[in-house]
Design a protein around this ligand. Sequence first.
Ligand code: IMP
Length: 427
Amino acid sequence: MPAAVLVGAQWGDEGKGKATDLLGGDVDYVVRYQGGNNAGHTVVIGDQKYALHLLPTGILSPQVVPVIGNGVVIDPGVLLGEIDGLAARGISAERLLISSNAHLIMPHHKALDKVTERYLGKSKIGTTGRGIGPAYADKIARMGVRVQDLLDPGILAKKIEVALTEKNQVLTKVYNRRGIDPAAVLEEYLAYAERLKPHIADTSLVLAKALDEGKFVLLEGGQGTLLDIDHGTYPFVTSSSPTAGGACAGAGIPPNRLTKVIGILKAYTTRVGSGPFPTELTDDMGEWLRQTGGEFGVTTGRNRRTGWFDAVIARYATRINGVTDYFLTKLDILSGLERIPVCVAYDVDGVRHDEIPMTQTDFHHAKPIYEEFPGWQEDISGAKVLEDLPPNARSYIRTLEEMSGAPISAVGVGPGRDQTVVVRPLV
Ligand code: IMP
């Protein structure tokens, strides 16, 4: 059986939770492969709404084993809070597996995330302030604390001591903040260790065995393609690789196991935080999209920036990820518009670009070149099959499909689990 990757094709918040949920019945394992509690998935089941940040969406399906892969950075306090929150609603996280190689977000990562953003002033990234960047920075600098260190109190104490010897200097002398007490951190993390121990596993091995047994593994990214540390709008990106290539490294699965790359595309575009966004609408139309689409961050509650669909971005996502199928989400939000503009290329200082410009300087200057398509007035939220959609909605889908260069195999027409038009099976 295959492993499939689910990847955001824009700047995150495309509605990946709904796509994971759609595959529900077929999936045996759902693996988060990067990011941390900077992500936010909302899943609506019946009249219940679940906002997940760190836990893979599979946690909501009793037959699925949810896995937090080695590529994720984990804030253990947040993870346990999320587990407890679900338990209070009758959902057990007993099956959860956590990679022993995943890195931990430590108190100094959170302190540094906030203070460095403040120092950047107008140049700030607009991070979620959850310590994600500093935790990944320490991972790469080989100063990180890993989940497996929770199993060895001696090593944990030593690593915390070493890290804080340096970080406290930075916090107190560079940023004029209070230092962090290593003994208090050790005590806090040893308490987390007690609760997390039963979940810690060699998840790469577990997944390899599962695939050998013919199980279906779904790899779930946080964020989106344009927030990728290598392929996104650097430096206005997250500190890991949400793109499909990152899925293998972050889950410990070899590339030749992947058979499907499912891209999630919103029918318009949103972005949180700073950085270029060529189709951004800062007028009433942008506000209308925000209100109608409910574009407020699940994680931070921040207003999302909103704009029209950008086909240049979609084409890029198809290429970088090798998208085999798209799930187009939130098509219903566009109902009622007379005409729908789609960005087909950019004008950069008088020169047309059909692809993302090579340099960020040019990308910052990119002005959208729009083509307009006729809208539809009907309520489409009850559509079950393609034929239920008005002709203009169908032709909008076809247009996006042609422009993005990969088939749109499913279309979201409302937030509910059953509000999806499946054009062809995703797996
Ligand atoms: P960080 O991931 O907290 O370091 O934030 C870096 C950038 O990624 C900021 O622009 C955030 O707003 C953005 N970001 C991080 N996670 C998400 C997400 O789940 N959805 C959308 N944007 C995100």
